[in-house]
Structure formats: structure tokens, C-alpha cells
Write a protein that binds this ligand. Structure first.
Ligand code: ATP
Length: 235
């Protein structure tokens, strides 16, 4: 289980996260809904150790992650796939993917088999493995970003806005891939503005506004909630 307890984060004098309490049980797919600037990325950046929580605890199983180096957090199996993909555009697809396997660099056999799994999930990446990542379409670049995260063999994957800026058909493929990753046993926390598509594959969700959790519930509770429908789903 990945559990954030009373986590707060400040950027200077600005309180970006205020006593956040959220969790994902082993194997669960949990969605974080929220508008731009609500604090979704800040939750992930704090969990992955890139920002230091001002207070609170973040545990993965029995391990406390607060205070741990980002690389150690990845080694413990908690891996963030960042918003905006953050690829190395002038490097090949293969190189970008291989970099994701850095924590397992002494296990070349394991890296090769994980790479085969990534290519099985996204066959187009195998076709384009020698091309520069920056030359791929937006959807394919997102596949590289997710594939790179998978290369570190996450137990819990934090996916930050994977559908951002993608065409509807590609969004559909992306959510299918995320569902597959989850069904194969990886715990997923998914931050999304594409609320309907995200909720459909989730078991539970949280709504975050102004750095606070303002609502939580099962997929069906949130899908049927009037305020959520109005603010995040539309129809
Ligand atoms: P988005 O989808 O737009 O990234 P978000 O829900 O992920 O939104 P965050 O990026 O976590 O939101 O931002 C939460 C708040 O913290 C926003 O008001 C943002 O402007 C602010 N913020 C984020 N990063 C920093 C930073 N490095 N320094 C100062 N303020 C920041």
C-alpha cells in the first residue's frame, strides 16, 4: 500500500499541499482529479522525493519515503511518469527506454526481458526504436515515457496527465494500456483532467482543489456525483 498521511508542501511561503491524506492499496488504480494548479503534480513530486514534504508521512508498505533520495524511492518500486513526458528528444527511443532501466543496470537479462514486455505492449516503439524520441508523434512519445517508467519495474506507478494533448483515439489507447499495466499487478495513481476516461478504469478517486482533498469515493460514487459531473465531466 502507498499511503500519504497529513502531507503538506510549501513552495516558499505558498502552501501547495495542505494535509493530504490519500492511499492506493496494492493492485489498486486510484485517480486524482483536479483542475490546473490544484496540486496533483505536487503530490507526485513529493512522493517521488523531488520535493521535500514540510510535514507528514509517505509510506510504501512499511518503508517511510519522506527524506529518502529519489533514486532510492525508485529502487523501492515507486516510480513517477512525469507530466509533459520529459524525454531526451535527441536520443533514440531505445536509449530513452534503457535509461529507465538504470536501477537494474546490473541485471542485463532482466532489462532485456522488461524491454521485450514494453515492446509487446507498444509494438510501434519496437518499429521506431532507432529513431530519435523527439521525432515521434505525441502519443508515441507518451508511450516512450510510460515504457521508460516500466523499465524500472514499478510496484507503484504515478502517472501524471498521460493523456494531455493527445488525440481522442490515442487517448483511448493510452487508457487501455494503463488498465493493462494495472491488471498485470502494478498499483497505479493516475492524475488526470480527462475525468471520465480515468474514472472508468479506476476503483476509487480523490478530488483535489487548492492543495486539499475535497472529496473521495468509489468510481461509481464520483461518476454519479452532481458536482463532479459538472466540474470535471461535463455531460
Ligand atoms: P497542472 O496539471 O497544471 O500541473 P497540478 O494540479 O499538477 O496542475 P501543481 O503543478 O501541483 O498542480 O501546482 C500546485 C500549485 O503550486 C499551483 O498553484 C502552482 O502554480 C504551484 N507551483 C507548482 N510548482 C511550483 C514551484 N516550483 N514553485 C512555486 N509554485 C509552484
Amino acid at each position: 500500500m502507498l499511503q500519504l498521511e497529513n502531507v503538506s508542501l510549501n513552495y516558499g511561503s505558498f502552501r501547495a499541499l495542505d494535509n493530504i491524506n490519500i492511499h492506493a492499496k496494492e493492485g489498486e488504480l486510484v485517480v486524482l482529479l483536479g483542475a490546473n494548479g490544484a496540486g496533483k503534480s505536487s503530490i507526485f513530486l513529493t512522493t517521488s522525493g523531488l520535493h521535500k514534504a514540510a510535514s507528514g508521512s509517505i509510506r510504501f508498505g512499511k518503508t517511510e519515503l519522506v527524506g529518502m533520495k529519489p533514486s532510492a524511492i525508485v529502487e523501492h518500486g515507486v516510480v513517477q511518469c512525469p507530466e509533459g513526458r520529459k524525454l531526451f528528444p535527441a536520443m533514440s527511443v531505445l536509449k530513452n527506454l534503457t535509461l529507465g532501466g538504470y536501477v537494474h543496470r546490473r541485471d542485463s537479462k532482466g532489462i532485456k526481458s522488461t524491454l521485450d514486455e514494453v515492446f509487446a505492449m507498444f509494438p510501434i516503439l519496437h518499429e521506431k526504436r532507432e529513431m530519435n524520441a523527439g521525432s515521434l508523434s505525441g502519443g508515441q512519445q507518451q508511450m516512450v515515457a510510460i515504457g521508460r517508467s516500466l523499465m524500472s519495474r514499478p510496484k507503484a506507478l504515478l502517472l501524471d496527465e498521460p493523456s494531455l494533448g493527445l488525440a481522442p483515439l490515442v487517448v483511448k489507447q493510452m487508457f487501455e494500456a494503463i488498465e493493462k499495466i494495472n491488471k498485470a499487478g502494478t498499483t497505479v495513481m493516475l492524475a488526470e483532467q480527462n475525468a471520465y476516461a480515468a474514472l472508468r478504469i479506476a476503483s476509487r478517486a480523490y478530488v483535489i482543489e487548492g492543495g486539499r482533498i475535497v472529496m473521495e469515493g468509489s468510481r461509481d460514487e464520483l461518476l454519479n456525483n452532481e458536482a463532479v459531473r459538472k466540474a470535471y465531466i461535463g455531460a
